[in-house]
Ligand binder design. Sequence first.
Ligand code: URA
Length: 434
Amino acid sequence: MRMYDLIQKKKRGDELTGEEIRYMIAGFTDGTIPDYQMSAMTMAICFQGMNSRETADLTLAMRDSGDVLDLSGIRGIKVDKHSTGGVGDKTSLALTPVIAALGVPVAKMSGRGLGHTGGTIDKLECFPGFTAEISGETFIRNVNETGIAIAGQTGNLAPADRKLYALRDVTGTVDSLPLIASSIMSKKLASGSDAIVLDVKTGNGAFMKELKDSRALAGAMVSIGTLAGKKTAAVITDMDQPLGYAVGNSLEVIEAIETLQGRGPEDFRQVVFALGSLMLQLGGRAADEKEAVAQMESVIADGRALEKFAQFIAAQGGDPAYVHDPGRLPLASRVIPVTATESGYVHRILAEEIGVACMMAGGGRETKESAIDLSVGIVLKKKNGDPVRAGETLALLYSNNAAKEEEICRKIRMAYETGPEKKEKTPVIHGYIL
Ligand code: URA
């Protein structure tokens, strides 16, 4: 078999066999197929696509390129959750303790932020002492003892995807449905859970800007998961503006804690409840959405979810006192209001631009090596559909760098699209794929 022939085949729009896909992924992982041939192949896939059988074969080949975790030492049905990435997306912080407090074990791999999107591990590191670098034994013991463990991606989980994603990133081939679906699902399937719930974002700040494309991506991932023998479901949620009000590491942790105290933003609460409802149903803890919602409301109201969060932070070396007193989390001392220049209504907030503004303030990474400032970020004061008067505050910038503030505030103001006519608020939950 020759990679050259496979590139020609895909370029013509023909279907690749399972054997050909496995040959290609094995060769690319061990370096016998060079980057330039693989780049030609990913570009051909971008133009010609892949059918569902090819996409599933690609996913399984990437899953099997490294370790597949064995979580059989953890009691109960392990349900994993994955978001396709957004701005202000602190969902895992609030969702995992709610679910764990209701008896569904959470054994989760998470990542760090890059570019305009944040990462769960960075947010958790706002708690002094917290570490996501835990051994496999500690990971399993913590899930059995406290109900939650969150670790960084292990070195050898789906290495083919790590190499391929880095190549796609620099060759303009990220935005292909079969490549995104297989990339995400290869890692999820290697992570060893019994069931998977996906949060597929849609809107200006998401990979998929159009609802129909987000639906197609969600559908593709659900069928791959199901085909691989895992119960899989997806929720399509809005990213036509940042989620909640807070963007930036400490600020997002505070908002997640407020949500666990029963007073978080409504859009964020809806996302947590939609995903939580599916996790409880797939985890065999609730018969339907009504029962799941009632259970989640009760563990938030009686403080069990917040207590679970504190236990989890302590089990991974963090100081749980910060959970009960989030005012101690690091926050930048300079708080600069960004004001509206015209009266009207907020039509949309360019989520990616807000994420980039946070990164410029030091709250995100431009490259994998960049250091980040956990104390900076942005708090939105106006969201889609809100009325606004000229001179009123649109958002607050938390900054530690006076020299950059003017440019960042300008970026935040530009992210707000306003107009004189009233605009209906967009729904937060756009649909389910079960
Ligand atoms: N996230 C991934 O892990 N892979 C993609 O291709 C896109 C988003």
